[in-house]
Ligand binder design. Structure first.
Ligand code: ITT
Length: 197
Protein backbone atom coordinates (compact mmCIF):
# COMPACT_ATOMS: atom_id res chain seq x y z
CA UNK A 1 0.00 0.00 0.00
CA UNK A 2 1.26 3.48 -0.86
CA UNK A 3 0.79 6.01 1.93
CA UNK A 4 1.44 9.74 1.76
CA UNK A 5 3.14 11.18 4.84
CA UNK A 6 1.21 14.45 4.97
CA UNK A 7 3.65 16.73 6.76
CA UNK A 8 6.11 19.42 5.79
CA UNK A 9 7.95 19.11 9.12
CA UNK A 10 11.23 17.27 8.53
CA UNK A 11 11.60 16.24 12.16
CA UNK A 12 8.21 14.55 12.16
CA UNK A 13 8.97 12.89 8.87
CA UNK A 14 12.16 11.27 10.07
CA UNK A 15 10.35 9.97 13.14
CA UNK A 16 7.37 8.55 11.23
CA UNK A 17 9.67 6.88 8.71
CA UNK A 18 11.42 5.06 11.58
CA UNK A 19 8.21 4.40 13.55
CA UNK A 20 6.50 2.75 10.56
CA UNK A 21 9.52 0.72 9.44
CA UNK A 22 8.81 -2.91 8.62
CA UNK A 23 5.16 -2.44 7.60
CA UNK A 24 3.92 -3.42 4.13
CA UNK A 25 3.55 0.27 3.36
CA UNK A 26 5.48 2.41 0.88
CA UNK A 27 5.81 5.87 2.39
CA UNK A 28 5.75 8.81 0.01
CA UNK A 29 6.46 12.45 0.79
CA UNK A 30 4.58 15.45 -0.66
CA UNK A 31 7.59 16.45 -2.77
CA UNK A 32 7.81 12.95 -4.28
CA UNK A 33 4.50 13.86 -5.94
CA UNK A 34 5.34 17.52 -6.57
CA UNK A 35 2.74 18.58 -3.99
CA UNK A 36 3.19 21.93 -2.27
CA UNK A 37 -0.29 22.01 -0.71
CA UNK A 38 -0.31 24.06 2.52
CA UNK A 39 -3.16 23.38 4.93
CA UNK A 40 -4.40 26.16 7.23
CA UNK A 41 -4.83 24.61 10.68
CA UNK A 42 -8.27 26.05 11.35
CA UNK A 43 -9.60 23.20 13.50
CA UNK A 44 -10.40 23.68 17.20
CA UNK A 45 -8.72 20.42 18.23
CA UNK A 46 -5.62 18.38 17.39
CA UNK A 47 -7.90 15.72 15.95
CA UNK A 48 -9.70 18.17 13.67
CA UNK A 49 -6.38 19.55 12.41
CA UNK A 50 -4.82 16.13 11.89
CA UNK A 51 -7.86 15.01 9.89
CA UNK A 52 -7.86 18.26 7.92
CA UNK A 53 -4.22 17.77 6.90
CA UNK A 54 -4.69 14.09 6.05
CA UNK A 55 -7.93 14.66 4.08
CA UNK A 56 -6.53 17.57 2.09
CA UNK A 57 -3.30 15.82 1.13
CA UNK A 58 -5.08 12.53 0.43
CA UNK A 59 -7.43 14.28 -2.00
CA UNK A 60 -4.55 16.16 -3.66
CA UNK A 61 -2.46 13.01 -4.07
CA UNK A 62 -5.16 10.45 -4.77
CA UNK A 63 -3.58 8.28 -2.07
CA UNK A 64 -4.32 7.37 1.52
CA UNK A 65 -2.56 9.89 3.78
CA UNK A 66 -1.22 10.01 7.33
CA UNK A 67 -0.87 13.30 9.24
CA UNK A 68 -0.24 14.26 12.81
CA UNK A 69 -1.10 17.35 14.76
CA UNK A 70 0.82 17.78 17.93
CA UNK A 71 1.56 20.30 20.61
CA UNK A 72 3.13 21.08 23.96
CA UNK A 73 0.77 21.69 26.89
CA UNK A 74 2.32 23.60 29.79
CA UNK A 75 0.34 23.50 33.03
CA UNK A 76 1.63 26.85 34.34
CA UNK A 77 0.36 28.44 31.08
CA UNK A 78 -3.09 26.81 31.33
CA UNK A 79 -2.21 24.32 28.59
CA UNK A 80 -0.63 26.82 26.16
CA UNK A 81 0.85 26.77 23.58
CA UNK A 82 -1.18 23.56 22.92
CA UNK A 83 -2.66 23.35 19.44
CA UNK A 84 -1.00 26.69 18.69
CA UNK A 85 2.51 25.30 19.37
CA UNK A 86 3.68 25.75 15.77
CA UNK A 87 2.34 29.32 15.76
CA UNK A 88 3.44 30.31 19.29
CA UNK A 89 5.98 32.74 17.75
CA UNK A 90 6.94 33.44 14.15
CA UNK A 91 10.37 32.16 13.09
CA UNK A 92 12.49 29.22 14.10
CA UNK A 93 11.98 26.41 16.61
CA UNK A 94 14.63 28.13 18.76
CA UNK A 95 12.71 31.41 18.79
CA UNK A 96 9.64 29.50 19.98
CA UNK A 97 11.31 27.50 22.74
CA UNK A 98 13.19 30.58 23.99
CA UNK A 99 9.89 32.49 24.14
CA UNK A 100 8.48 29.62 26.20
CA UNK A 101 11.43 29.77 28.63
CA UNK A 102 10.87 33.52 28.93
CA UNK A 103 7.17 33.01 29.67
CA UNK A 104 8.13 30.59 32.46
CA UNK A 105 10.86 32.71 34.02
CA UNK A 106 10.67 32.48 37.81
CA UNK A 107 8.27 29.50 37.76
CA UNK A 108 9.69 26.84 40.15
CA UNK A 109 10.56 23.34 38.94
CA UNK A 110 7.58 21.78 40.70
CA UNK A 111 5.20 23.93 38.63
CA UNK A 112 6.87 23.42 35.25
CA UNK A 113 5.04 20.20 34.39
CA UNK A 114 4.03 19.75 30.74
CA UNK A 115 3.15 17.14 28.16
CA UNK A 116 3.52 16.60 24.46
CA UNK A 117 0.39 15.34 22.75
CA UNK A 118 0.26 13.78 19.28
CA UNK A 119 -2.91 13.06 17.34
CA UNK A 120 -2.26 10.90 14.30
CA UNK A 121 -4.87 10.50 11.56
CA UNK A 122 -5.03 8.27 8.52
CA UNK A 123 -7.56 8.93 5.77
CA UNK A 124 -8.33 6.24 3.17
CA UNK A 125 -9.56 6.74 -0.38
CA UNK A 126 -12.86 5.01 0.43
CA UNK A 127 -13.56 7.61 3.16
CA UNK A 128 -12.56 5.56 6.19
CA UNK A 129 -10.71 7.59 8.81
CA UNK A 130 -8.77 6.43 11.87
CA UNK A 131 -7.12 8.44 14.64
CA UNK A 132 -4.76 7.50 17.47
CA UNK A 133 -3.31 9.55 20.32
CA UNK A 134 -0.10 9.53 22.32
CA UNK A 135 1.10 11.59 25.29
CA UNK A 136 4.57 12.08 26.80
CA UNK A 137 4.84 13.67 30.25
CA UNK A 138 7.75 15.91 31.29
CA UNK A 139 8.89 19.20 32.74
CA UNK A 140 10.02 22.40 31.02
CA UNK A 141 13.74 22.89 31.70
CA UNK A 142 15.20 26.27 32.63
CA UNK A 143 17.90 26.14 29.93
CA UNK A 144 17.95 24.29 26.60
CA UNK A 145 20.12 21.18 26.22
CA UNK A 146 20.82 18.71 23.41
CA UNK A 147 21.10 18.81 19.64
CA UNK A 148 18.86 15.92 18.55
CA UNK A 149 15.17 15.99 17.69
CA UNK A 150 13.37 19.17 16.69
CA UNK A 151 10.87 21.75 17.86
CA UNK A 152 10.64 22.12 21.64
CA UNK A 153 12.78 19.01 22.37
CA UNK A 154 15.74 20.99 23.85
CA UNK A 155 13.54 22.35 26.67
CA UNK A 156 11.44 19.23 27.33
CA UNK A 157 13.03 17.44 30.27
CA UNK A 158 12.09 13.83 30.96
CA UNK A 159 12.60 13.24 34.71
CA UNK A 160 12.96 9.42 34.48
CA UNK A 161 15.80 9.81 31.98
CA UNK A 162 17.29 12.93 33.63
CA UNK A 163 17.75 14.65 30.28
CA UNK A 164 15.84 16.54 27.60
CA UNK A 165 14.28 14.87 24.56
CA UNK A 166 16.99 16.59 22.47
CA UNK A 167 19.62 14.61 24.42
CA UNK A 168 17.97 11.30 23.48
CA UNK A 169 19.15 9.40 20.43
CA UNK A 170 16.44 9.18 17.73
CA UNK A 171 15.97 5.52 18.73
CA UNK A 172 15.47 6.42 22.40
CA UNK A 173 12.98 9.18 21.56
CA UNK A 174 11.07 6.71 19.40
CA UNK A 175 10.68 4.41 22.42
CA UNK A 176 8.65 6.81 24.54
CA UNK A 177 7.63 9.98 22.71
CA UNK A 178 4.04 11.10 22.20
CA UNK A 179 4.46 10.26 18.49
CA UNK A 180 5.85 6.81 19.29
CA UNK A 181 2.83 6.15 21.51
CA UNK A 182 0.41 7.32 18.81
CA UNK A 183 2.31 5.15 16.32
CA UNK A 184 1.85 1.92 18.27
CA UNK A 185 -1.86 1.56 17.48
CA UNK A 186 -1.43 3.31 14.11
CA UNK A 187 0.99 0.57 13.01
CA UNK A 188 -1.71 -2.03 13.62
CA UNK A 189 -4.32 0.00 11.73
CA UNK A 190 -1.99 0.54 8.77
CA UNK A 191 -0.96 -3.11 8.65
CA UNK A 192 -4.64 -4.16 8.51
CA UNK A 193 -5.28 -1.61 5.74
CA UNK A 194 -2.22 -2.79 3.81
CA UNK A 195 -3.25 -6.41 4.01
CA UNK A 196 -6.80 -5.67 2.83
CA UNK A 197 -5.76 -3.27 0.02
P1 ITT B 1 2.89 19.82 9.75
O1 ITT B 1 1.58 20.50 10.11
O2 ITT B 1 3.31 20.06 8.34
O3 ITT B 1 2.89 18.37 10.12
P2 ITT B 1 3.93 21.47 11.90
O4 ITT B 1 5.33 21.75 12.38
O5 ITT B 1 3.09 22.68 11.54
O6 ITT B 1 4.05 20.48 10.66
P3 ITT B 1 2.08 20.89 14.05
O7 ITT B 1 1.05 21.82 13.49
O8 ITT B 1 1.65 19.57 14.57
O9 ITT B 1 3.21 20.58 12.97
O10 ITT B 1 2.84 21.71 15.15
C1 ITT B 1 3.47 21.10 16.19
C2 ITT B 1 4.39 22.05 16.92
O11 ITT B 1 4.90 21.34 18.03
C3 ITT B 1 5.58 22.50 16.09
O12 ITT B 1 6.07 23.74 16.57
C4 ITT B 1 6.59 21.40 16.36
O13 ITT B 1 7.94 21.85 16.23
C5 ITT B 1 6.26 21.04 17.81
N1 ITT B 1 6.45 19.58 17.98
C6 ITT B 1 5.68 18.58 17.48
N2 ITT B 1 6.21 17.39 17.79
C7 ITT B 1 7.32 17.63 18.48
C8 ITT B 1 8.31 16.81 19.04
O14 ITT B 1 8.27 15.49 18.90
N3 ITT B 1 9.31 17.40 19.69
C9 ITT B 1 9.38 18.73 19.80
N4 ITT B 1 8.51 19.59 19.28
C10 ITT B 1 7.48 19.04 18.62
Amino acid sequence: MKLLLATHNHGKRREWQALLAGLDVELLLPEDLGLETEVAETGATYQANALLKARTLSAAAGLPALADDSGLEVDALDGAPGIRSARYRLGSDEIRYRALLQALQGVPASERTARFRCLAAVVCLDGREFTTEGVCEGVIATTPAGEEGFGYDPVFYVPEAECTLAEFTPEQKNQLSHRARAAQEMREILQRLAVSS
